[in-house]
Design a protein around this ligand. Structure first.
Ligand code: FE2
Length: 330
């Protein structure tokens, strides 16, 4: 095609398109409905094709470990934090410039992976039956007798398991087990997931619960009068844990530059706006904050209140499940 063109036209053509068609493979723990439109935008703007293997975040982590350096994957994108620490040793280091606008709470301290959006752990409560100042000031205080029978709790929820794992890392296993036991003794309203916490509160079955920030925005988008609000714990308390969906480039990638370009795209205004607008998660870049369309605790307040915590430590969800069984929550 270029053979018939003049030299100048050929140069213009080469400047506008990559010399060779590039292709990368993404293992995505994030769902197709969320990810596919973004990938289309990436491919349109860079010419880089993306093959995607969708799956559960934990399942893809197991697959990556099995495949080792022979994996076709260039990028691993985890829906939640639990697998990132596990994959960290086989992630390549991301360029420091790429991450300079990302606060420490949203990324790996060694630049092996970055959060792509944030989910704050916080409390949601009934505005019909509670005042914000009646809520516990710390995660430790959640087990106070005055909360007997009022809290909605999803024991099998992944974010709850990760959060209890964080408590174990922060306070030690003995303290965490005692906390869980007191929580169980307080007779919580057992629900299946975070969505069910919110419906239990709206239906009057529970008054409050520990959840992720983006659910309330979804309920309020459907019903502006949804009778609940958010509250944080004291600044720096382990209750205020910022968790992320995150991604990194595998060291074994044979297209690291194209893979890095994809990570860079996930941190762009376009993608940050997309996560905030479509799934009401927090952007990970402070200067993309205008993109946050959620309701409740704003980005700045959440980021400042969040505890500094190494999310790579949240790998032992199995041990946490065992503890939940021991105290009778499972
Ligand atoms: Fe969730």
């Amino acid at each position: 095609m270029t053979a018939l063109r003049t030299g100048i036209a050929t140069i213009a053509l080469f400047a506008a398109t990559p010399l060779t068609a590039q292709e990368i493979t993404l293992y995505s723990g994030r769902g197709e409905t969320l990810v596919a439109p973004l990938i289309e935008t990436f491919t349109e703007s860079t010419g880089i094709e993306v093959n995607v293997r969708y799956g559960g975040t934990a399942e893809l982590a197991v697959l990556l470990n099995e495949e080792g350096a022979a994996s076709p994957a260039d990028i691993y994108w985890a829906q939640d934090v639990a697998a990132l620490g596990q994959i960290k040793p086989v992630f390549a280091e991301l360029p420091g410039e790429m991450l300079e606008d990302i606060p420490a709470i949203y990324r790996d301290g060694d630049n092996r992976w970055t959060g792509t959006s944030g989910r704050m752990r916080l409390m949601v409560y009934s505005t019909e039956r509670m005042q914000a100042d009646e809520l516990p000031a710390t995660m430790a205080e959640m087990t106070d007798d005055r909360f007997a029978g009022t809290m909605a709790l999803p024991p099998t929820n992944g974010s709850f398991l990760a959060h209890v794992t964080a408590l174990r890392v922060h306070e030690g296993d003995e303290a965490a087990r005692a906390w869980l036991q007191e929580l169980a003794d307080n007779d919580p309203v057992i629900v299946s997931n975070n969505t069910a916490i919110h419906t239990a509160i709206a239906d009057g079955e529970a008054d409050w619960g520990l959840t992720n920030n983006y659910y309330l925005s979804r309920f309020l988008a459907d019903d502006p009068d949804f009778p609940a609000d958010h509250a944080l714990f004291e600044a720096g308390d382990i209750g205020n844990l910022m968790m992320v969906a995150g991604a990194g480039v595998l060291e074994s990638s044979d297209s690291p530059e194209a893979a890095m370009a994809f990570i860079e795209f996930l941190l762009s205004d376009t993608a940050q706006q997309y996560f905030a607008g479509n799934v009401h998660e927090y952007p990970v870049r402070g200067d993309a904050v205008a993109a946050f369309s959620g309701i409740g605790v704003d980005y700045g307040t959440a980021s400042e209140a969040a505890i500094e915590f190494d999310l790579n430590e949240l790998t032992d969800l199995e041990g946490t499940l065992e503890m939940l069984e021991e105290v009778g929550l499972l």
